[in-house]
Structure formats: C-alpha cells, structure tokens
Design a protein around this ligand. Structure first.
Ligand code: SF4
Length: 283
C-alpha cells in the first residue's frame, strides 16, 4: 500500500464515491482511514448507514455471554482471561450451571447465548454435542439461539477429536449450533498474529474456517481486535479479507470491532483512544 499522503482532492473523491455507493480499494481505504477529517469520515459513514437502512431502524439482540471454560494452553499475549491447564483458577462450568445462566437470560427476555471459552485439551466434540443437545432440549419451547465457538475453538475441537473441520461443524450443527461468533480474528495478518498470539490459528485458517461454516449454511459474525501493535495497514488488510469472503459467501451477519484492553495482559501497553474508536467504527 502506498506511503504517499493523499491530496485533499483524492480524499474528497474517495468519500464522494462512498456516498454514491461505490467501493474503496485498499490504498484508498488506507488514505481515508488515516487522513480524512474525522467529522467528514463520520458523515460519510452515517451516509452509508442511512442508504442501507433508510427506515432508520436499529436492531439488537438480547443475549448473554457464557464462558464455559477459562482453561487454555494458547497463552495469547493480549489475553487476561486464560488459565493454563492444571493451574489455579481454571474452571469448566458444569452443564447445570450453564443451563441455569441461560434460564436467567430467558427469564429477562433474552434469546441468544454466546458460548465461548479457552482451548481446553480435555473438552472434545462429545462434550459440546452433549451441551448443545441439553440446551436445545431444555429450552425446546423457547427461542434460544446457540451462537457458539469461534474458529480457534472449532479448529481445536476438530484437531483433538481427530475429525476434519467440516465433519466437526456438521456434527455441532446437528447437535444444535445455530451460528458462530467471529472471535479470535484479532487482526488477520500473520505479522500481527505471530507477535500477539503466536500459537493460535493463522489468518488463512480463520478465513478458511469461516468459509467452511458459511458453506454449511452456518452464518457467523466477524470481529477485529485493534489497538495493540497493529497499524492502519494491518487493519485495512483485515477489512479487505473480511470483505472478500463476504463477497464470496454472504455468510457474515455483523462486523464487530473492539479495542484491545491491556490490563492484566502480557502485552500491556495503552488503550486505544476514543477518537481511534470512532475512526475505526466509521471506516
Ligand atoms: S485462545 Fe482465547 S482464551 Fe486462549 S489465550 Fe488466546 S484469547 Fe485467551
């Protein structure tokens, strides 16, 4: 991607094209992300939103996050959640506790449970099949969407269960999996991943897992954790990879950027600013 700063005119042209429903190529996206005036960028983003949602309707889901285990061997440097296998503070929630949490969600009108946890070597596919079936059985007369297992978890469950990824996702879907969260994407460039999560799946593996899920009819979200060691070049590459797959499969239902929270992590550092957050959401 180019290092030369764009002229105000080329930024204006790029933003005007966005307003007309056009698309930005990576270099233009980078220029807009880095250099466009924030208020103009925000107005352009709002214009896209109004064009795509002329009714001005905003939708949301009432749900609950249930982290079924914090045991994880991967030791991502940006993570303050995990406990390595065998160490103090590691847990696996019993089935009854998970069902209880879902019941509390249903009682207040919630409809979606997001199940995510660490890569726990003791939890193979049968554990998840049993859990998903129990959830679907226990709430058969209610709407409970099982939004569960990020690509990192799905890939690991396949590996330790000695199954292919399509076999794994197919079995999980048969047990009750409705959709998958896009967690673990962090930044989809191997330069960043090698630095902040060297033992996790690669960018290609994350994309391939989503491609397999979409091919099986399992829709997913996509995320981006920004603000650690990433540059705007990394973020733009991430966005382009997500957009390319969306062009191919139309399987993403939402894109969720969230900022790195350094407290208690090996990586440390500072938080992304509010301005960075606004720019990122607008882009
Ligand atoms: S895989 Fe997930 S739970 Fe495990 S260390 Fe990385 S971010 Fe934390």
């Amino acid at each position: 991607m180019g290092d030369v700063r764009p002229s105000a005119r080329s930024l204006d042209e790029a933003l005007a094209r966005v307003a007309d429903g056009g698309r930005l190529v990576a270099d233009e996206c980078l220029a807009v992300a880095r250099d466009a005036n924030l208020l103009r960028l925000a107005a352009a983003a709002d214009g896209v939103r109004r064009r795509m949602n002329p009714a001005q309707a905003v939708t949301y889901v009432v749900g609950r996050n249930v982290n079924y285990t914090n045991v994880c061997w991967v030791r991502c440097k940006f993570c303050a959640f995990y406990r390595v296998p065998g160490s103090d503070g590691g847990y696996v929630l019993p089935l009854e506790a998970i069902l209880q949490k879902i019941e509390e969600m249903v009682d207040v009108g919630g409809t979606e449970v997001l199940l995510q946890g660490g890569l726990n070597p003791s939890l193979k596919i049968d554990w998840f099949e049993e859990l998903f079936r129990a959830v679907k059985r226990g709430f058969a007369d209610k709407t409970v969407t099982l939004h569960a297992l990020s690509p990192a978890e799905a890939i690991y469950i396949a590996r330790i269960s000695r199954l292919t990824l399509p076999e794994t996702l197919d079995r999980l879907r048969a047990a009750g999996l409705d959709s998958m969260p896009g967690g673990g994407a962090e930044i989809l460039t191997d330069r960043v991943r090698r630095e902040i999560s060297p033992h996790k799946d690669t960018a290609d593996e994350w994309i391939d897992c989503m491609r397999v899920a979409h091919g099986l009819g399992i829709r997913t979200t996509a995320t981006m954790m920004y603000g650690s060691i990433d540059t705007w070049e990394d973020r733009v590459e991430h966005l382009m990879r997500i957009r390319d797959l969306q062009d191919e499969t139309s399987g993403f239902t939402a894109f969720i950027p969230w900022s790195f929270q350094p407290d208690g992590t090996e990586l440390g550092g500072s938080r992304a600013s509010a301005v960075d957050y606004l720019r990122t959401v607008a882009v």
